[in-house]
Structures are given as C-alpha cells and as structure tokens.
Design a protein around this ligand. Structure first.
Ligand SMILES: *[C@@H]1O[C@H](CO)[C@@H](O)[C@H](O)[C@H]1NC(C)=O
Ligand SMILES: *[C@@H]1O[C@H](CO)[C@@H](O)[C@H](O)[C@H]1NC(C)=O
Ligand SMILES: *[C@@H]1O[C@H](CO)[C@@H](O)[C@H](O)[C@H]1NC(C)=O
Ligand SMILES: *[C@@H]1O[C@H](CO)[C@@H](O)[C@H](O)[C@H]1NC(C)=O
Ligand SMILES: *[C@@H]1O[C@H](CO)[C@@H](O)[C@H](O)[C@H]1NC(C)=O
Ligand SMILES: *[C@@H]1O[C@H](CO)[C@@H](O)[C@H](O)[C@H]1NC(C)=O
Ligand SMILES: *[C@@H]1O[C@H](CO)[C@@H](O)[C@H](O)[C@H]1NC(C)=O
Length: 401
C-alpha cells in the first residue's frame, strides 16, 4: 500500500520544507522551493458502486447559454450527458471552488488569500478515510505544493496559476506534507498518466488563459476538447471513469448563477450518451455524488442533501429532490451573493459554521473525526445545516444565522 511510502516521504520532506518558503512568489524563492518540492503519485483501487474514478475540470465565468453554444463544448456534450440545471453557489470564484470540496462557502465573498482552519474538513478527509487516492492538477503551478497567491508566465508576464482556483490548498492542506505533494501541475498529470499512476479522485484547473478567465469561452472550449478528446479513448484514463466538466460561476451577476456542465467518460451508460439531465444540481452535488458512489462518510454540511447526478443516484438508491417551484431559483434564489460568514469581507461573522453531526442520508453518517470535533451539544445547538437540497444564498441566509 502507498501509506508506508507516504510516511517515509513525509519525514524526508518535513526536513526540506523548513528551508523553503512555499508562499513566496519571488522567482528566486520559487526556483529554490522547486528543487526541494516533493511530488507524490498515490494510486488506489477502491471499487465504486457506479464509477471507479472521478475527474472534474473547472472552467471560468461564463453564462449557461453562451457556453452551451460554444462548438467545442457542444461537441463534448454530444459525447455525454448535459446537465441543464447545474448552478454555482455564489460569486466570485474562490467561494465556489471552496464549496465544491467543503460543503459550504463559509460566507466567502472575495478572492483573498483565505485559509480555512484545519478543523474544517473537506472531501479529501472523506476520501483518505476510505483509502481513495486523490490529486489536484493545476496547470502551470510552478512546483508541487506551492502555496503562493499566484504565478505568472515568466516570459510573457501573463497570469498562469492562481491560488483562488485551487480548492485543496485553501483548506490548510499546507499543514500536511503529503497533501501538499498531491497538489501538482498538469505536467505531472501527463507523467502520472504515462506511468499508469493516476489516482481515483482528480481536480483539474487549467491556467488563466486555458480556463477562459483571461480569454473567452472559445479558448476554454477549445482547450477542454483538445485536452479531453484523446483521453476519451485512453485505456489508462478510462477505468470506469466519470468526468464532470463545469464552470465555477456565471458571468452575469444579475442572472441565476446557472452554469453549463457535462458528464463524460466510460462510466456514463451508452444509452444516456447525448441526453440531457434537467435535475437541479450545484457544486455540492460534486461531493454528494462521490459520497454515494464510494459509500463515504459525509461532512455534515450542504453536501448531505445535495442532489446526486441522476444516473448515479438511480444505482445507489438515493432520492433526489427538485428545487421546489414556489421558492425556486427563478423566483428569488439567484445564488449570486454570499451570506455573512467567517470569510466575508462585508459584515464578517467570527464563528465557524458548525457541521450537523446527526445528519444521515441513505445510511451515510458524518465522518468520525468531524463528529468528535464538533459533536458537543452546545455546538450542535448552533448548527444551521439540514438534510435538504435548499441551500442558502445572500438573499436567503441560513436559518438562525
Ligand atoms: C515568505 O514569502 C512571503 C511572500 O514573499 C513573505 O511575506 C514571508 O515573510 C516569507 N516568509 C518567511 C518565513 O520568510
Ligand atoms: C430558471 O430559468 C432558466 C431559464 O429559463 C432555466 O434554464 C432553468 O432551468 C430554470 N431553473 C429552475 C431551477 O427552474
Ligand atoms: C476550529 O479552529 C478554529 C481556529 O483555530 C478555532 O477558533 C475553533 O475554536 C475551532 N473549533 C473547534 C470546534 O474545534
Ligand atoms: C511542475 O511541477 C514540477 C514538480 O514540482 C516542476 O519540476 C516543474 O517545473 C513544474 N512545471 C511547470 C510547467 O511549472
Ligand atoms: C497556459 O496553458 C497553455 C496550454 O494549455 C499554454 O499555451 C500557455 O502558454 C499557458 N500560459 C499562459 C499564460 O498562457
Ligand atoms: C500553514 O497553515 C498554518 C495554519 O493556518 C499557518 O499558520 C502557516 O503559516 C501556513 N504555512 C504556510 C507556509 O503557508
Ligand atoms: C442578484 O440577482 C438579482 C436579480 O437579478 C439582483 O436584483 C441582485 O442585485 C443580484 N445580486 C448581486 C450581488 O449582483
């Protein structure tokens, strides 16, 4: 098993880490840190109920209709299932990335250098609990485990890597050397692919040109098709693999925060290729779907009640709930702003939202570590999370918050 290697490497790494400044963005510090950076490529083979590998690729800031009419994204949609009612949870970018692995945006309303304390768990804790290997691949991150705010192309000075699009590093991933070593760049994706050492859970962030942030959906669509088309036929990538291509948020803040998303890969049943799934989903569905597939524990946050991609839910025996029409997103829920929380710039609230350690969905309970940290009755009386699809937004803050 890879655990024994991890322990040895982590010890070797902690000695070197003392010398390197992992947040510095000066070229000299980056060059020095690169020399001592550790990269790990753990693998695992934990059978899922519906898929054995989950890969998500995040693109930037585009309204649904504009993305759906991009020819390359439309081509990709024909190879899989279009999710026609998938939504971001707020604006701007960073809280959406944070939400997609942690089950809340914690009131974040900015793209700052945020650090979420180590006692707030993310999907990474749930995966590690079941021995499921994971990695993030961030295009043009200058070295594995870099924690700086940004890295620019050294020749053109154009934006390349940004921390605000790297969810794992925002969750104090820095406190553990072996987690940092699984925050890699896209060069490492290709070497892991060639070495047949891709993990089972993968988050991919293209650089600021490739993801459309500094360019357009035309560039993002072309990049994504160019990246994925060969992989759709790659035996080492396709191992009962489910790929989700999505966007962090819409571009127009006054519209419902609906984004274009597609499910692809050899885990998609043939009869569903080219179809549309119009169930209500959001970034928390990325967590709930993975939880249902591998029978993971939960975070006790908005992950618990989030809809699970329908074809997966059908096989795991999970029930989904449409967003109730009377209070539906199109009446007043736009998911276009954050409620006040510990990471708000406006009206910051000092306390961290307490996960609801009693929630159970289809037999899945909150992770033991979370229950031990947050299960105290005095804390539980403050929790705002319920087993519901209806998440809060800026115009509908959590009850009692
Ligand atoms: C690391 O680099 C950052 C950014 O340049 C700087 O603010 C910080 O003081 C440095 N830390 C150490 C321990 O040198
Ligand atoms: C809201 O309206 C848009 C545009 O008509 C539609 O695509 C979307 O599915 C609707 N959302 C819900 C939850 O009904
Ligand atoms: C979680 O960590 C934060 C920051 O260190 C601390 O203020 C808070 O009391 C901790 N909460 C619990 C329940 O451990
Ligand atoms: C990617 O990360 C590796 C490992 O830390 C590093 O050696 C390499 O220079 C990085 N590549 C790019 C394009 O930054
Ligand atoms: C971003 O990635 C693309 C290839 O995916 C590359 O051509 C480009 O040079 C990278 N960086 C910038 C700043 O464009
Ligand atoms: C890592 O996280 C801890 C806890 O938040 C923080 O004190 C420390 O400065 C961080 N280290 C780096 C190198 O960012
Ligand atoms: C959210 O959308 C509604 C409806 O268009 C609009 O009234 C409101 O100002 C928007 N909020 C933000 C923060 O843009």
């Amino acid at each position: 098993m890879f655990y024994s290697t991890l322990v040895v490497s982590a010890i070797a790494f902690s000695g070197q880490a003392l010398a390197a400044n992992l947040t510095s963005t000066s070229p000299a510090d980056v060059a020095a840190a690169r020399n001592s950076a550790l990269t790990l490529s753990p693998t695992s083979n934990v059978k899922g109920k519906v898929f054995d590998r989950f890969v998500t690729i995040w693109l930037e800031n585009t309204d649904y209709d504009k993305a759906a009419s991009d020819p390359n994204l439309a081509w990709l949609a024909k190879q899989g299932i279009t999710l026609s009612n998938y939504n971001g949870v707020t604006h701007p970018s960073e809280p959406n990335y944070v939400a997609s692995i942690g089950g809340d945006n914690f009131g974040m309303d900015n793209d700052d250098f945020n650090q979420i304390p180590g006692n707030v768990s993310s999907i990474i804790d749930l995966l590690e609990d079941k021995g499921i290997a994971w990695s993030q691949y961030q295009e043009d991150m200058p070295y594995s485990g870099f924690e700086g705010k940004a890295w620019i192309n050294q020749q053109t000075k154009a934006n390349d890597y940004v921390r605000k699009h790297n969810p794992a590093v925002i969750y104090d991933a820095n406190t553990s050397a072996d987690r940092l070593a699984k925050n890699k760049n896209l060069t490492q994706f290709y070497s892991d692919l060639a070495a047949k050492k891709l993990p089972q859970w993968i988050f991919i962030t293209p650089n600021m040109t490739s993801d459309g942030h500094d360019t357009s959906v035309t560039t993002a669509g072309a990049w994504t098709r160019n990246f994925l088309e060969p992989l759709l036929d790659d035996k080492h990538f396709m191992k009962n693999t489910l790929v989700l291509v999505t966007f962090d948020e819409s571009h127009t803040y006054t519209l419902q925060n609906q984004v274009f998303s597609v499910l692809l890969g050899d885990a998609v049943p043939k009869k569903l290729v080219g179809t549309t799934d119009s169930q209500y989903y959001n970034h928390y569905s990325e967590i709930s779907t993975v939880e249902a597939n591998w029978d993971l524990h939960t975070l006790g946050r908005w992950d618990v009640g989030a809809n699970i991609f329908s074809f997966v839910a059908d096989k795991t025996g999970d029930e989904n709930t449409p967003w109730p029409a009377a209070s539906g997103p199109n009446s007043s829920h736009f998911f276009n702003s954050s409620f006040s929380g510990p990471f708000s710039d406006a009206d910051r609230v000092a306390t961290l939202p307490v996960p609801n350690t009693k929630l159970v969905r289809n037999g899945r309970k909150v992770l033991g570590k979370i229950a031990r940290t947050w299960g105290d009755a005095s804390l539980q009386s403050q929790t705002y999370y319920q087993n519901t699809v209806q998440i809060p937004d800026g115009m509908h803050p959590p009850q009692g918050w």
